[in-house]
Design a protein around this ligand. Structure first.
Ligand code: OAD
Length: 252
């Protein structure tokens, strides 16, 4: 892969990386994104499915929708982009995966401790006491309506809904990783949901290189030092291989 000389020299010196991902990184695993033509928010209304108010008013509808998304996630496999990220993570002194995705595919591809900013559909959480449990068991026990916790509360998916705060500790760790990184690779996100999307600008302001992998232009494309306008499964593995080579050459 050809990279212009000055940028290559900067990439060769990279030590601390953040891979910041969105739904596009899982597109080639067969999972829908949110805002593309076939995206979930083009087919469903988020206010009817992804808010605490929707769950209070229509718990069965919301539970069934997440049970079906969980089934899709379970049937999906990590793709070459997830696997390339996991492989590279092992080679750099610091490599933090920060994802907006709730599908658990980074962990299944072997990424260590991905920071899941929007939670995960692979877990259920009691809406009263907060106790967490595997989604598989919750759905098996009660596919059509939210199971009831030992405390009497209703179980819900352990995801962040519109109008809710991101998990504070996870966001704080992501912010620290972004502040310290010298390269942020943004993969498959339209970067329209804040505060997550703000991490790209924060990395750029802090002097980090920004690489964007997305077939489409986004609101942050203008900040990118390098844009790979192609599907992640095609563009990311060769880029990460080149990054590793440059790093090796830089040290050799
Ligand atoms: P979006 O659906 O907003 O954006 C997906 C992005 O992936 C778009 O920019 C596409 O161009 C790009 N894309 C599509 N196919 C791709 C591929 N094969 N390779 C690389 N990129 C591809 O999804 P997100 O940015 O993840 O929040 O959305 C952010 C948040 O909005 C989600 O976490 C979710 C949603 O509401 C919550 O549920 C809280």
């Amino acid at each position: 892969m050809e990279i212009e000389k000055e940028l290559a020299a900067r990439l060769a010196a990279v030590e601390r990386v953040v891979a910041f991902t969105g739904a596009g990184v899982s597109r080639e695993s067969g999972l829908a994104t949110f805002r593309d033509a076939e995206g979930l928010w083009k087919r469903f209304r988020p206010e009817e499915l992804a808010t605490p108010e929707a769950f209070a008013a229509h718990p069965r509808r919301v539970w069934r929708w997440y049970a079906s998304r969980f089934a899709q996630v379970e049937a999906a496999e990590p793709n070459p982009a997830h696997r390339a990220i996991a492989r590279s993570q092992a080679l750099f002194p610091s490599w933090v995966v920060v994802t907006q995705n709730v599908d658990g595919l980074h962990a299944r591809a072997g990424s260590r401790d991905p920071l899941e900013l929007h939670g995960t559909v692979t877990r259920a959480r009691c809406s009263h006491c907060g106790a967490r449990s595997p989604m598989a068991a919750a759905v098996a026990a009660s596919p059509d309506e939210p199971p009831v916790c030992a405390c009497g509360g209703r179980l819900r998916p352990d995801v962040v809904w519109f109008g809710e705060m991101l998990p504070e500790d996870v966001l704080a760790r992501a912010v620290v990783a972004v502040e310290r990184c010298d390269l942020l690779i943004s993969v498959g996100t339209s970067a329209r949901v804040f505060p997550a999307a703000g991490l790209i600008e924060q990395a750029h302001r802090g002097g980090a290189l920004v690489v964007e992998v997305n077939p489409e232009e986004t609101g942050f494309s203008h900040l990118a030092d390098l844009r790979l306008q192609a599907p992640a499964g095609e563009a990311l593995p060769p880029f990460l291989e080149r990054l590793e080579e440059l790093r090796g050459e830089g040290r050799g």
